[in-house]
Design a protein around this ligand. Sequence first.
Ligand code: ATP
Length: 231
Amino acid sequence: MKQLIVDGISKEFKGKIALHKCSFTATPGSCVVLCGGNGAGKSTMINIIAGISLLKQGSVTFGETNLALKPKEYLGQIGYMPDDYHAQGTLSVREFLMFYASIRRISKERVAEVMNIIGLTEQSSTLVKSLSKGMKQRLLFGQSILSDPPLLIMDEPTNGLDPYWVDRFIEILKNLRQNGTIILFSTHMMDVAAEIGTDIIFMKQGKIIEVLNSSHSMQDNITRLMQLHRC
Ligand SMILES: Nc1ncnc2c1ncn2[C@@H]1O[C@H](COP(=O)(O)OP(=O)(O)OP(=O)(O)O)[C@@H](O)[C@H]1O
């Protein structure tokens, strides 16, 4: 089974350090959650591991595949959900998913299955630009799980989700974890992190300052995360 190994990754923007020598390992079935205040470096970390931002220092390896050495092979194994919606709004929900499915040679049956998972079957003909914020988030999430990737990377996936869909999202992720999927996402929602995270990485000023894990109780982790947010 494949591991994700992030080793000493760093990033600067015009001389300003956004990420400093960050390392962690994720094993199959684990869920790594990045927490931290605004500007802590969460999106920078996600963007590097998802291959959106160029990796100049450190390495990212999934199984035997090194991101810098074999980007195509690496990217073919990940699902990625961005933090914002930039795609063509004049496609319908179904067309949007079919577009991504065609790139990855995914069947229309799988597209129907994913529409059902994200609760947008009734909206299959609705234009993406007419969806609510939460529905767009669910659609982006659906796109990221279409290929049933062994590594799923998401930036603030619960933004805009109502409480019912936050619970559903956690349930879906738990099912994916049972199948061995490695999940990595960032969030400001401490309860979500504590509920699903097997490894909760707390970041500050581009550094990993603490890692909490599922050997602690959920309430302990929420309390600790709240304390870390204040410091
Ligand atoms: N494209 C960019 N150009 C310049 N600086 C950037 C850029 N992207 C991020 N930064 C800087 O890098 C640092 C980390 O930003 P990042 O977006 O990773 O934080 P974050 O933890 O995701 O924050 P938030 O919770 O607000 O989304 C910040 O100081 C930010 O200003």
